[in-house]
Each structure stands twice: as C-alpha cells, then as structure tokens.
Design a protein around this ligand. Structure first.
Ligand code: ADP
Length: 434
C-alpha cells in the first residue's frame, strides 16, 4: 500500500516534469513551463482536498467517496474503508447493547443501577413494576427516598450487603421483595429486587402452623400437668409403684410445657421485625434479678455467680425480650457448668456500643459446633441435653431477640475450660440521654 502511493506520487511528479519539459522545449521558456506545470498540479491537489472535505462533511451513510486518481484516489478509498470498518464495529456493539437491554427488559427481577451515593441512574421495566420507579422523573433521586422502609435505609447505609434483605414492596404491601446489593466499579451500586411473595407465604404458613399447634397443645397439657400435680400431692394414697412413674410424667410434662412456651415465644418474635416497645431498659437491674434466679436455679450445686453491671448504660428495647435472651444465656451457664463452678456476668459500654457477657468455667463446646449453635433444636450432645431439661431453642431465641435489637452474638469456648457468650449492641441502640 505504502509503495503504491509512493509510486503514484512519483508518477504524478514525473508527468508534471515531463509535460513542463515538453512545453519548455516547444516554447523555450523552461522556467515558466515548470512553474505553470507545478501550479496546475497544486491547483488539482487543492481541488481534491476540497472534494474530500466536502464529502466528509456532507456524505450520507454508505455514500461512496468521489472518484479520483493516484494518491488522492488511495486517500479517498482508505478513508472510506476505515469508515465502513468503524460502522461495522459500531453496528456490532449496538446489537450487543440492544440484546443486553432486551434481556434485562424481559427479566422478571428488578435491576437498578445506582451511583456511589445511592442516586438512581437506570433500571429495567421490572423495577417500575416491583419498586414503583418512574422514568424519567426519578433519575438522580436517592434510592432510599423511593424505597422508604426504615430497614432499607439502615441496610443501605450499613454497606454490609452479604445477606439479602426482605421487605414489602413500596407500592404493594402484599408483594414481598428480596433485595440484594452489589458494589462495583467506583463503589457504584447494582441493586437486584426479586419477588419472593410465594416463598414468604410458604414460610409464613409453616410458622403459623407451628404457632397454632403449640397453642392448641397448651390447654390439654395444662390439664394433664394439673391432674399429675394433684395426684402427686396425694402421694400417700397412691400405690408406691406408680409414684415414680407419675413423677417422671410430671417432669416430662414440664419439659413439654417449656418447649411449647419457647416455640410460642419464637413464633411471636418471628411475627414482627422490631420489638413493639422500644423503651430504655435498665439492664443492670434486669441482670440482678436474673443473677438471683440463676443462684436459685443453681441451689445446692453452689455456683459462684458474679455480676458487674454499669447502671449508667441503658439500651432501647423490649425488657421482656431482653430478659428471655439474657436469662437463657445465664441459665445455660448454670446448666453446663459443674458444681461449684464460676460464672461471671458483665454489662458495660464503650465506643463500639454496649456489651453483655456471660462467662463460665463449664464443660465448654467443641469449635465445630459453634457456627450451628443458634439453630433451632441444635444440640451438642442430645443425651446430655435430656438431662439438663433443655429445649434446644434457648440460643435460637437469644439470636432472634438480639437481631431485633440490632445486636450480634459472639461465642467463644474451650472444651473443659469454659465458654463465653457476648452480646454486642451497636451505639445507635444506646439510650439517647439528650
Ligand atoms: P438447650 O435448651 O439444649 O440448652 P440452647 O439452644 O440453649 O439449648 O443451647 C444449645 C446447645 O448449646 C446446648 O444443648 C448445649 O450443648 C450448648 N451450650 C449452650 N450454652 C452452653 C454453655 N454455657 N456451655 C456449654 N455448652 C453450652
């Protein structure tokens, strides 16, 4: 190609020179003939330049360039080929973009692109259906102004998007959405919202079923336990062979009652996201009563139970729920610590928030059990649990209550040495003394 245009240029110059020489030979004015020859060549070159300029500015798509010879012909053709090549690439990219847009438009899940501050940039039609976004007036609006759920605002601000969030849709409360956010690029946000109404309804049915069964079982069980108690109260009239059986029946009825109570409490906790009452709780006094109950539970086993609680630290929440959670932790420490063992209860605050710790010198838990300990009915050793009369629901209740108070649970344990359960409440949960 390079050789071609050099050859063409050389040929043109040779032709101009030869023509000028010939005219010079005929007229005797070599200088003038050469000057006029070069001027004509320059004029022709400028004319080609002007044609090129005109074509570049006015040509329609696919319109061929003007015809020309030699070097200019090469220039015109090269530009034309370059343009066609670019057009082909652009067409290909456009078709890729169109396909992407078509596929996201046909998705049943909402996809929303947000900038690093959470302002809306673009979304697919499903986002209009599920989240009620309106184009174009919502472009540039902060997403939490349109998805106005307090839990969404909290979730968005916390920037911890490992777990998805479940919410009712902002435009239809019967629609349940699962929202997942991913950060990409310069901390831009990609938000996915999926309709999980059916799954939610199924889970709800399961919860309702458990709650109803527990509720229905409570009355017959109360009657049975009541009669057993009456019978045992009149032990002198009973055949001694039956006395032991009745005692065991009473013990098991008691277990069933605590199981039902725990199941009902869990069902109640499941029903809402936040505690109904959100008043300042005097945790130090709460822990004092729990400590006394624990000492009574320990009885002759004679555990040494200490309490260090800062009376100035109060948190917002439900006293009844916190009582359930904390007493589960303290009573577990009593249950799983050998006689005369040591149990330490602490309550304090620092810049990370407020903390409640229960530390025991008990039997400890193997590390492999720790991640699953808060699952319902998960037990380290079921034969041991039967002896302690546990329901296997205690730590599930603790986890639930803490979640509702935006708190987390840390468990550390060494087999044979003891365990430590620490609840961490964020600073936002502390009572606002102002
Ligand atoms: P349970 O009613 O059986 O005590 P929890 O949910 O309260 O059920 O506890 C689950 C399991 O965790 C228990 O079965 C027990 O094995 C273990 N566990 C809980 N607390 C302690 C503790 N302080 N020390 C040792 N093991 C514990």
């Amino acid at each position: 190609m390079n050789q071609d245009w050099r050859g063409a240029l050389l040929l043109h110059l040779l032709l101009v020179l030869a023509g000028s020489l010939l005219v010079g030979l005929l007229t005797g004015h070599y200088g003038w003939a050469l000057a006029i020859g070069l001027a004509i060549y320059l004029g022709w070159t400028l004319r080609q330049l002007q044609r090129l300029y005109h074509w570049l500015n006015t040509h329609q798509q696919d319109e061929e360039p003007p015809h020309s010879h030699g070097l200019w012909g090469e220039v015109f053709d090269s530009i034309y080929r370059l343009q066609r090549g670019n057009q082909r690439v652009r067409g290909h990219l456009q078709s890729v973009i169109n396909r992407m847009e078509e596929s996201t438009a046909s998705l049943r899940d909402a996809i929303v692109m947000l900038d690093s501050d959470g302002n809306l940039e673009s979304w697919n039609p499903a986002a209009e259906r599920l989240l009620g976004l309106k184009s174009p007036q919502d472009i540039g609006q902060p997403v939490y102004n349109l998805v106005r759920h307090p839990r969404f605002k909290e979730y968005f601000a916390a920037e911890d998007y490992r777990e998805p969030l479940e919410l009712p849709s902002p435009i239809n409360e019967h629609l349940r959405l699962q929202i997942q956010i991913t950060l990409y690029g310069q901390r831009d946000h990609l938000m996915l919202a999926r309709d999980v109404t059916q799954v939610h309804q199924l889970a709800q049915m399961r919860k309702d079923f458990v709650a109803n069964v527990s509720h229905e079982l409570r009355t017959p069980l109360t009657v049975i336990a009541g009669y057993l108690e009456t019978l045992l109260d009149n032990a002198e009239n009973i055949n001694p062979r039956w006395a032991r059986a009745l005692q065991q029946m009473q013990q098991q009825a008691g277990r069933m009652q605590s199981l039902l109570n725990d199941l009902l409490l869990l069902a109640k906790l499941d029903a809402t996201d936040y505690p109904a009452d959100n008043k300042p709780v005097a945790v130090d006094l709460l822990l004092l009563t729990i400590r006394n109950d624990a000492q009574a539970l320990s009885g002759a086993r004679n555990h040494r139970i200490s309490l260090e609680a800062d009376p100035k630290v109060r948190i917002k929440g439900s006293e009844a729920e916190l009582r359930s959670a904390f007493s589960n932790l303290v009573f577990n420490a009593v249950k799983y610590t050998p006689d005369e063992g040591e149990i330490r209860i602490r309550w304090w605050a620092d810049e990370q928030g407020a903390h409640m710790a229960v530390q025991d010198s008990g039997i400890g838990i193997e590390a492999k059990h720790l991640p699953r300990l808060t699952e319902r009915f998960y037990r380290v050793d079921s034969s041991r649990a039967a002896n302690t009369g546990g329901t296997g629901l205690g730590l599930a209740i603790v986890k639930h209550v803490l979640m509702r108070h935006r708190a987390t649970l840390d468990i550390a344990s060494v087999v044979g040495k003891g365990s430590s359960f620490v609840c961490h409440f964020p600073p936002t949960q502390l009572e606002d003394r102002a």
